[in-house]
Design a protein around this ligand. Sequence first.
Ligand code: HSE
Length: 294
Amino acid sequence: MVRVKIPATSANVGPGFDCLGVALNLYNTFIIEEINTGLQIEGCDEKYRNENNLVYISIKKCFEKVGYNPKGIKIKMQCDIPESRGLGSSAACILGGVVGANEIAGGKLEKKEILDIATEIEGHPDNLAPALYGGMTVSIRDKKNTYVEKITLDKNIKFCALIPDFKLSTEKSRSVLPKDISYNDGVFNVGRTALLISALSSGNLDLIKIGCEDRFHQQYRGKLIGDYYNITEKCIELGSKGVFLSGAGPTIMNILHKDDNEFIKNITKYLQYLEKKWNAKQLNIDNVGVVIEN
Ligand code: HSE
């Protein structure tokens, strides 16, 4: 039996579409066990208790890769990461499955190989890499490999997630993106991505706001999220150092100075008057990533 704990992640981070992500201290835990026969799944909705369960799909994929034939599998899920909110719940399920299966099969795979298998399933590494390694990562892939570098973050940074009570699937959120981008928009994003990484490392928090600007996805996806523009404007007014759409949304993420205890109180007051229900949750960086607990 293996117990795998995976952090939530916020991908994209401003202009870093499909490449920047950060691990946060909210977790899913998966207990995976080889049993004598069949498939048993506990701790999730009835609709996920079958062979289409993402943790199970990922377990099977990993077993295929390492050539292991289990008799049967039991999965127990303890999920605190809200689903389809842009906080990496799918990436957590995929990694939980791949890491758990690798352990059951003898633990032969290196972290990098685990990331390659998981990225084949997810399609992009920006949630997977920080969930696996912890902290903030920049990750890219070519046809064969995924390349990851961990970014050293200034110690004065914390996050505040504004999580709505409605879901937005990555599929729907990707469907509104344009097929091509202009040269100008490319230049806009590449400069801001470099600036943001540098400012997050040096602690020059005054540059975070402009560093979070983006022309690749937020303007298209924002329209799917009621009050997105009002909320992001209010966040800056209330002292957020930078605000961006977390992953494919709908969660809106704020970067705050660690000593700012007013923002969460004030934004909570503001959010209560909106039509939809939003919950403000302060989160810290998880620097550890996946943990296998015995
Ligand atoms: N980079 C991905 C996207 C993250 O924005 O679609 C969500 O899976």
